[in-house]
Structures are given as C-alpha cells and as structure tokens.
Design a protein around this ligand. Structure first.
Ligand code: AMP
Length: 250
C-alpha cells in the first residue's frame, strides 16, 4: 500500500509549507486517521497518549478551518477552545498552533492560573480564534464576564483522563453547558475508563472512535528489573550488577 504523506492530505498550502519547514512528511497514525475525519467536521473520540502526535492531529484541521474568508472577531469571543489539564501542556499546545500556523493570520490566547490575569484579559478583549486554557482560570474569567463561549465552533478536551484524575469533572460539565449545541467536539484520552466514556457520551455527537497504541513501547529484547535501593547506594549497586552481568556473559 502507498504510504500516506501530508502532501496527499487536503490541508491548505500555508499549513503544508509549515509542515515541510518542520521536516514533517509523514503523518503519524493518529494524524492519518483523525485529520480526514476532523476536516469533514465530525466529532472524534480518540484514545491516544502524549508522544503520538495528537496535538498536530487537532491543530492542523482547526488551522485549516480558519483559512478563507475571515469573520471579524467580537469582544471576548472565542472560536476554538482547547482545554488542557496543566499549564505546561497549555503552553505546549499554544506553541504548536503558532508553529503550524506561522503563515496564517489568527489570534491565539492562553489562560491559566497562578499568574496575573491582566495580560490574559487584555488578549481576550480583542476576541480569539483559538483559546488554550486550564479549567479553573477559564471558569474564573467566564464568571467575571471576560470570556464568551456561545460562538465556539470547535471544543477540544486534551488528556481528559488526567483532567478527571485531577477532579475537574464538574468544571468540565459546567463549561460544556456554556457551549453552543452546534459545534465540533474532540476528546483525547490515554485511557478509556468507564467515567471517561460516560463524560464523552454527554459531550460528543456520533463521534468517530480512534484507538492508537503508544508509539514509545519498551524494546522487546530488553529484560527489565526493579531493584529498590537507598539513593546513596544506587551507584555501587549499579556497578556491582553490571560487573556481575559481564562476568556471566563475557
Ligand atoms: P504530541 O503527541 O502531540 O505531544 O507530539 C509528540 C512529538 O512528535 C512532538 O514533538 C511533535 O512535534 C512531533 N510530531 C508530531 N507530528 C509529527 C510528524 N508527523 N512527524 C514527525 N514528528 C511529529
């Protein structure tokens, strides 16, 4: 079978150029499966871990949807909302959007806690094509009237299982209630525990389901052992083990 290349996918020229610049030629399995589904506007439930290329899998179709005639952004409006469990992931996701979208005019903002809200509110005032946010600060700013979710076209829940582990289920439900009924929803999770499937069933509409095995698996030819040792004994223990191994297998 002929290998699928980004060039063969219906992604616009500015995105193709950004991918070529990054040196990406072949879509990862999740990208190959998710991108066509998302370009059709369908919902997606994807079981995939970090490292599978899932960020580009949702960022590229969202960026592609922003090309063409650009509607003016209203004050506090958000067109595409990406929810992440942590501030670190939010920053990474926003960086990916900026990299892949370096030839596309669009407004992106970040909202997370632990820092002053002033610059975040300033960027929200102009309206945003893409907002990457963590739940706590997002709800806080919504309550203060700085974010309007009624016009969201695409909603992405990234690492949903981690969000649930961190106790954000009620916050996610609250955010879900503020979104318009007509929207595209993407749900990414490393596991599909029953509570994840339950939450997904309330947020997604007839989703395409994709399961991707982690790319980074342990090498089969390598035996793995665990030895519990005090920190101070680690090096001596390791050297001892290695010299014994070498003696046994010269
Ligand atoms: P992610 O799972 O989104 O965190 O991505 C994992 C890493 O793979 C990131 O460093 C991406 O920049 C990189 N990556 C994503 N898609 C591709 C691709 N098609 N080819 C090569 N590297 C990629």
């Amino acid at each position: 079978m002929k290998e699928l290349k980004f060039e063969g996918m219906p992604l616009a020229a500015p995105i193709q150029k950004a991918l070529a610049e990054k040196g990406y030629t072949t879509p990862s399995p999740i990208q190959a499966k998710a991108i066509p589904v998302l370009l059709e506007g369908r919902d997606l439930l994807a079981c995939a871990q970090t490292g599978t290329g899932k960020t580009a899998a949702f960022a590229l179709p969202i960026l592609n949807s922003m090309l063409g005639e650009r509607k003016r952004l209203h004050r506090y409006e958000v067109r595409n909302l990406i929810l992440t469990p942590t501030r670190e992931l939010a920053v990474q996701v926003a960086e990916s959007f900026s990299t892949y979208g370096n030839r596309i005019p669009f407004e992106i903002g970040l909202v997370y806690g632990g820092v002053s809200q002033v610059p975040q509110v300033r960027s929200l005032k102009r309206g945003l094509d893409v907002l990457v946010a963590t739940t706590g600060r997002l709800l806080d700013l919504i309550e203060q009237g700085y974010i309007e979710l009624g016009g969201v076209e695409c909603f992405v829940l990234d690492e949903a299982d981690r969000m649930l582990d961190m106790g954000f289920i009620r916050d996610i439900r609250k955010i879900g209630e503020l979104l318009p009924r007509k929207r595209q929803t993407l749900f990414f999770s490393a596991t599909m525990a029953p509570e994840i499937t339950k939450l997904a069933s309330t947020l997604l509409h007839k989703p395409e389901e994709i399961r991707i095995a982690p790319l980074v698996t342990t090498a089969e030819k390598i035996d793995q052992y665990i030895h519990f040792v005090e920190q101070k004994d680690k090096l001596t223990h390791l050297l001892d083990m290695m010299s014994r191994r070498m003696k046994d297998n010269p």
